[in-house]
Design a protein around this ligand. Structure first.
Ligand SMILES: *[C@@H]1O[C@H](CO)[C@@H](O)[C@H](O)[C@H]1NC(C)=O
Length: 551
């Protein structure tokens, strides 16, 4: 198959850059959309894995075998590990490698993680508990659980599960919650297999990850998306398949995506675009962006330009084919974050090199937004840059207030504060343009919403706006994924069908509306668990309410 030509896209990008250049010749203080803010100067740890809990607070998680962090374990506790060669004689480590951050009050509390979570994986269970799996060394076959609490409770902490253990070592694996609320754990270094939690289904080989391994791997942290027909879209290196978990069959193989390898250590990213009630949730599109050139990692080519392309495929179409699009910047180690209005933020990373081990250079400080519904060639918009490079081991997560929390970045080992791209302890929040003050009139505010919703049932949300509504309010559900290594495991957005938006009070502002929407039909469209429910008015989201979808 010939690669689609993309002159239109390239021209669009060129015009955008030219426009920006000329605009900046005149006055360029804050020309670009979006704003940045450091929300915590010192998180004490560099978060390489980050997840937002149903209480709105954020689990930050690093690894243990990296020497002492800048945060002490609670209550004077210490971890003793004589096998950890980075600890002083006696193997005592009294520092924390995980923490809970409350973005609304900017408070931080250390959490206790005692086995090595380096390059591990995770996913929220239907009851809101974060299940976390694998890592290196003593963590390789470990499962852990964090049952979250409100920040003021101050009690919740990690629990290291003694039994069951993982059937295979999981270092650089990807987890995905399934329609029945169980979790599949896929791949990892020297682990071309998958297993399940709870382990009621046995370990099974997954040869696709053997077939996609090349000289530098490129098959780690595979991009996994649960399609609305219940099957998995799995992408590794340059290839992708449709996999039926129930039968264990590879149902189909998609065309190869051109433009170089995309998975670890080539550091691309991926999202599934919002699932739409229109058309009965039958269609799903997947986008894969960025990466490195072939063998950049193998030959330590830190200056080799990163990939500039995204591939987009309608994974549910019988004749699915990749369409290539040009990003405004090359990017490796970027994070793709679904925003509540259905746009995709691409943030963090570098413009050259590859993932890991001090192999990135030229940080990409500008996020860009990808607007999937715009015509090809006009989908990308360049956003306000940060001043803080976010290279290897950095993360990005949507918060319930619509901001995006950015954390982490390190040279890969230790807490090192000198040299190029040192350990980064600052937490930042990026506010997309929809949070700007000139959007306040449109911004919905949810006054009431149910805490639970059942598949296929109608439910009612009461929303207020400062200006009268034009048309229908959107209600969108967004999962809270487990973000690590440029991929947000379990990230999904589901647009609900809204049957009516009725004004409930006469008179002036605020304008109050009763919005009736329908919960997703089943766990294939949205696995059970807690979702952020956003009301969205003309692209401007409310603060989310957490709604639990029940089987
Ligand atoms: C959530 O479910 C998990 C797995 O079934 C269980 O271990 C955990 O105790 C549950 N947590 C709560 C808070 O019920």
């Amino acid at each position: 198959m010939a690669a689609p030509t993309n002159t239109g896209a390239a021209q669009g990008v060129f015009l955008l850059i030219c426009f920006h250049f000329f605009a900046c010749r005149f006055s360029c203080a804050q020309q670009l959309p979006g704003t940045w803010e450091v929300v915590l100067e010192n998180a004490g740890i560099a978060s390489m894995h980050t997840a937002v809990t149903r209480f709105g607070n954020v689990v930050l998680l690093d690894r243990t075998d990296i020497g002492p962090s800048r945060l002490l374990l609670p209550c004077g506790r210490c971890r003793v590990d004589s096998t950890d060669t980075f600890l002083p004689a006696g193997g005592q480590d009294c520092s924390a490698h995980s923490a809970l951050f409350d973005p609304s009050t900017r408070r931080l509390r250390p959490l206790s993680i005692l086995t090595d979570t380096w390059c591990s994986s995770g996913q929220f269970l239907p009851n809101g508990t974060l299940l976390q799996s694998g890592g290196d060394l003593d963590g390789l076959r470990k499962l852990r659980a964090f049952s979250p609490c409100s920040f003021d409770d101050g009690q919740c902490d990690w629990m290291e599960i003694e039994s069951p253990r993982l059937a295979d070592g999981r270092w650089y694996a990807t987890n995905q919650i399934l329609p029945d609320g169980s979790v599949v754990i896929i791949g990892g270094r020297a682990a071309p297999s998958m297993e399940f939690y709870p382990p009621s289904r046995a370990l099974r080989p997954f040869p696709f990850l053997d077939a996609t391994r090349d000289a530098q791997m490129d098959n780690l942290y595979p991009f996994v998306h649960l399609l609305p027909d219940g099957r998995l879209f799995v992408f590794a290196n340059v290839r992708s398949i449709l996999y039926d978990v129930d039968t264990g069959d590879v149902v189909r193989e998609y065309p190869v995506l051109d433009g170089g390898p995309r998975n670890y250590p080539s550091g691309g990213s991926s999202v599934m675009l919002p699932l739409e009630a229109t058309g009965g949730y039958a269609r799903a599109e997947v986008v894969v962006c960025g990466g490195a050139q072939y063998e950049t990692f193998l030959h330590r080519q830190t200056d080799a330009p990163a990939s500039t392309t995204c591939g987009r495929i309608a994974a549910t179409d019988p004749d699915a084919a990749w369409a290539l699009e040009e990003m405004p910047f090359p990017r490796v180690m970027g994070d793709m974050v679904m925003l509540p209005n259905g746009e995709v933020l691409i943030i963090n990373g570098a413009q050259a090199g590859s993932q890991g081990y001090e192999m990135g250079s030229n940080p990409c400080l500008n996020p860009v937004v990808y607007r999937p519904d715009q015509p090809t060639g006009t989908r990308f918009m360049v956003l306000t840059p940060t001043e803080i490079p976010r290279m290897y081991h950095s993360t990005a997560n949507l918060l319930a207030d619509g901001r995006v929390l950015v954390a982490g970045s390190n040279p890969h080992y230790f807490y090192r504060f000198e040299g190029a791209f040192p350990t980064e302890l600052r937490l930042e929040a990026f506010s997309p343009e929809y949070l700007a003050a000139d959007k306040d009139g449109l911004r919905p505010s949810i006054k009431s919403a149910p805490e639970k919703a059942w598949y296929g049932d109608d439910f009612e949300v009461v929303v207020e706006t400062a200006l009268p509504l034009v048309g229908q309010m959107e209600m969108n559900l967004l999962s809270a994924p487990f973000a690590t290594h440029s991929f947000s495991q379990g990230q999904r957005m589901v647009r609900l069908s809204v049957s009516s938006t009725v004004a409930v009070a006469e008179g002036g502002a605020p304008y109050r509306y009763r919005v009736v929407c329908k919960a997703p039909p089943d766990g294939r469209v949205a696995p059970p668990g807690y979702y952020m429910a956003f009301a969205v008015n003309q692209g401007v989201p409310s603060v989310a309410r957490w709604v639990q979808l029940l089987l």
